[in-house]
Design a protein around this ligand. Structure first.
Ligand SMILES: [Zn+2]
Length: 189
């Protein structure tokens, strides 16, 4: 009887689907994260944003709509919006000063792999900057598409920096040499 129950448990565990821990969990949800930024990053990493390549699969015929609103060169997709788009590339190049990773040289398949090193950096400003950049690129795409409002890459970057700085002002850091440098760089009191 006992051996029968053990066999049943082994069989049940072998067929029960288990959710795998994802390597990028800590880069999305960390202590200082901005929840609305984290949510968009989570959607991006799960490829759940309603991008135009997905609308095409639903047979939307209006080709005027199906162009990336940031560069007007092709329909947008997760890979295009966050890696291939020249507009996004310009924003990432500016953000590299903080993130220290050349995001524009990667593609969608590399994404989870390149995020993990940032998580281990224990660098709040790099994580906040990375998440805010993703969030603002998606926001800018939607502002252009649905409201006709446009910002230049430089203006968008300024808005990202301003948002990250406001968040950093609310973070209570332990004093250290790195924190001192961070405060100088971000002009924090
Ligand atoms: Zn584009």
């Amino acid at each position: 009887m006992v051996s029968c129950m053990i066999s049943l448990l082994v069989w049940r565990n072998s067929i029960r689907p288990r959710s795998q821990p994802v390597s990028w969990f800590h880069i999305v949800w960390f202590t200082q994260c901005v929840p609305r930024h984290a949510f968009v990053v989570w959607l991006v990493l799960r490829e759940k944003l309603k991008t135009q390549d997905k609308l095409q699969t639903w047979e939307v015929n209006d080709t005027q709509i199906l162009l990336c609103s940031l560069c007007n060169s092709c329909p947008d997709s997760h890979n295009h919006l966050f890696f291939d788009c020249p507009f996004s590339n310009e924003v990432w190049r500016k953000a590299q000063q903080v993130i220290k990773l050349p995001f524009w040289s990667f593609n969608w398949k590399d994404f989870p792999g390149i995020i993990s090193p940032i998580a281990s950096l224990n660098s709040a400003n790099a994580k906040l900057m990375y998440a805010a950049t993703i969030y603002y690129i998606w926001q800018e795409r939607n502002r252009r598409l649905f409201k006709g409002l446009k910002r230049s890459p430089a203006r968008l970057y300024d808005d990202i920096v301003s948002t990250v700085r406001i968040k950093l002002l609310s973070v209570r850091f332990k004093e250290s040499r790195q924190v001192k440098e961070l405060k100088i760089a971000w002009q924090l009191p």
